[in-house]
Design a protein around this ligand. Structure first.
Ligand SMILES: [Zn+2]
Length: 99
């Protein structure tokens, strides 16, 4: 069974930390999450960026202002730049971040 988040909190350094039911703890940088936002708008922006000038890495980092569960399969993460449509599936969160 896929690990589920057991605890979720914003660290003083601005990173999001998630503790998983398999005992792992991962930290997520706001900029990394923002760059990997899976919503349609961001996917489109990233595809366009490949064809034009700016690589996605140049997107400005944005603080995480809110993260709330969507059912038991994803988190909706709100960023300081006002972007809030990203639904991050747990599988994606398990791939991103660092231990
Ligand atoms: Zn997005």
């Amino acid at each position: 069974m896929q690990p589920q988040p057991t605890a979720l909190f914003l660290q003083p350094d601005g990173k999001l930390a998630i503790e998983w039911s398999d005992g792992r703890r991962r930290q997520y940088d706001a900029g990394e999450l923002r760059r990997n936002c899976p919503c349609a708008t961001c996917l489109h922006e990233r595809e366009s960026a490949v064809r034009t000038v700016e690589p996605p890495e140049n997107l400005p980092p944005a603080a995480i202002t809110q993260a709330r569960p969507v059912g038991n399969y994803a988190y909706n993460i709100h960023f300081g730049d006002g972007h809030s449509t990203g639904i991050f599936p747990l599988e994606l969160l398990l791939e991103l971040g660092e231990e």
